[in-house]
Design a protein around this ligand. Structure first.
Ligand code: HSE
Length: 440
């Protein structure tokens, strides 16, 4: 009979407490699936007395994370504290250096220090598992690292932030404000401690950087990710998108191009009929375009205690079984540095919303500026919103009106030059709203 895997957990927040509860509740299933038991022998957190709704009797309380990481009675160190530096980083380094396996949900730490930690895991023979760091319960790390080990990858993209998808879904479906939806996401435990991290796109960028490394065998490079968040998205954009046959999603996209690997996070118009457009609420989805095979899409809960704990448990199960996959799917020494494809060279369609001066010649002027950059228009719509019509039904000539343009594929550079020229012509007021279109 193989001895149980002895697990030590640092961090007993929503996820940590759920992991303790699930190991207790799923003990028999885990033993059957791993061929040995899994036992939590030690835990630590900031407060020992806080009510967590889990029974910690019979589990040792360590004085700090380092005490667990260096405890010879612990086989697997589970880091669920978060934070890009210490105490998480030093404790993980110590655990790996002593040959222990490490399981973490810490995407910030993996995005920043993953290579260094992977090298330590390789050197000392432990596992470094981080499935929970990307897309909650969706096993996308394992899919890229192991399931598709024999397949070339051309593109990986998806909805990687539950909070943003939840906000955009509720704004669209219930006509609620951005602030109301964010508050609910925080209340439900989806959002990061600092919500700007979610809504400004950085959380997605960290996850995307990890996926890009797994997909393309490159060194994780968060600084190579172009990032835009969802804070500028207005209800008017969501309405216009629906009318034009699109839906707005915050996507992370990593794609191989002629100029290098493009990694970008931004609000994106996706065709209303596409499978990614159907993904609503806190749900995440990742699509992988593999060479020679149809795209693979994985959909599932991307945030919250239960979703994250599910992935943590799968990683612990791998350690118990003795599975030791290389953290980034190949030796750290074989990961390459690949050219970052500049965003100005990005090619795609664009949604553009302008507040235009409602006078003869305005549309012609805008169309001319686009034509000068060889940008072809798929559609152009001008509206007189309520309140812009006077008592006799005529439009008030002085008020600017929203004009919405959809372009065919063009370069980012050409689109920016055209909009710069339109702004210089003074035929619009304010800044244009630009949302990239991703065709599937
Ligand atoms: N704040 C993150 C999200 C949690 O909303 O997806 C999971 O990383």
């Amino acid at each position: 009979m193989v001895a149980p895997l002895r697990v030590g957990i640092a961090g007993l927040g929503t996820v940590g407490a759920e992991v303790v509860r699930l190991i207790e509740q799923q003990g028999k299933v885990l033993t059957a699936r791993c061929g040995r038991g899994v036992k939590v022998v030690s835990v630590t957190a900031r407060s020992k007395t806080k009510k967590r709704g889990v029974d910690l009797r019979g589990i040792g309380w360590a004085k700090d994370p380092m005490a667990i990481a260096t405890d010879p009675e612990v086989d697997c160190f589970v880091e669920l504290m978060g934070g890009v530096g210490d105490p998480a980083l030093s404790a993980i380094e110590a655990a790996l250096s002593s040959g222990k396996s490490v399981v973490t949900a810490n995407k910030a730490l993996i995005a920043k220090h993953g290579l260094k930690l992977a090298a330590l895991a390789e050197k000392h023979g432990g596992a470094l598992n981080y499935e929970a760091a990307v897309a909650g319960a969706i096993p996308v790390v394992k899919t890229l690292r192991e399931g598709l080990a024999g397949t070339g990858i051309d593109r990986v993209y998806g909805i990687l932030n539950g909070t943003c998808n939840y906000i955009l879904s509720r704004m669209e479906q219930e006509g609620l404000s951005f602030e109301e939806c964010l508050k609910d996401a925080q209340r439900l435990g989806y959002a990061e401690a600092n919500p700007s991290f979610d809504v400004d796109g950085h959380d997605t960028a960290q996850k995307l950087a990890i996926l890009a490394s797994l997909a393309f065998g490159t060194k994780v490079a968060q600084s190579a990710v172009y990032v835009e968040g969802i804070t500028s998205i207005a209800a008017a954009d969501l309405r216009a998108a629906a009318e034009l046959g699109y839906r707005v999603k915050l996507l992370g996209v990593a794609v191989r191009t002629a100029t290098g690997i493009e990694q970008r996070v931004h609000p994106t118009m996706v065709p209303l009929k596409s499978s990614i457009a159907q993904v609503m609420g806190v749900t995440n989805a990742v699509t992988i375009d593999g060479a020679g095979i149809s795209p693979i899409t994985l959909v599932g809960p991307g945030a919250g205690g239960a979703a994250t704990a599910s992935a943590v448990l799968a990683d612990i199960a791998d350690v118990a079984r003795g599975v030791r996959a290389l953290p980034f799917g190949r030796p750290v020494g074989k990961l390459t540095v690949t050219a970052k494809a500049p965003m100005e060279r990005h090619e795609g369609g664009y949604y553009i919303r302008l507040m235009a001066r409602d006078l003869a010649g305005t549309a012609a002027r805008i169309a001319t500026r686009l034509a000068e950059q060889k940008i072809s228009l798929e559609s152009i719509v001008q509206r007189h919103p309520d309140g812009m019509i006077d008592g006799n039904g005529a439009a008030k000539k002085s008020a600017p009106v929203p004009v919405i343009l959809i372009t065919y594929a063009t370069s980012e550079d050409a689109m920016r030059r055209a909009l710069q020229a339109v702004q210089s012509d003074k035929v619009i007021s304010g800044r244009p709203q630009v949302i990239r279109i991703e065709k599937n």
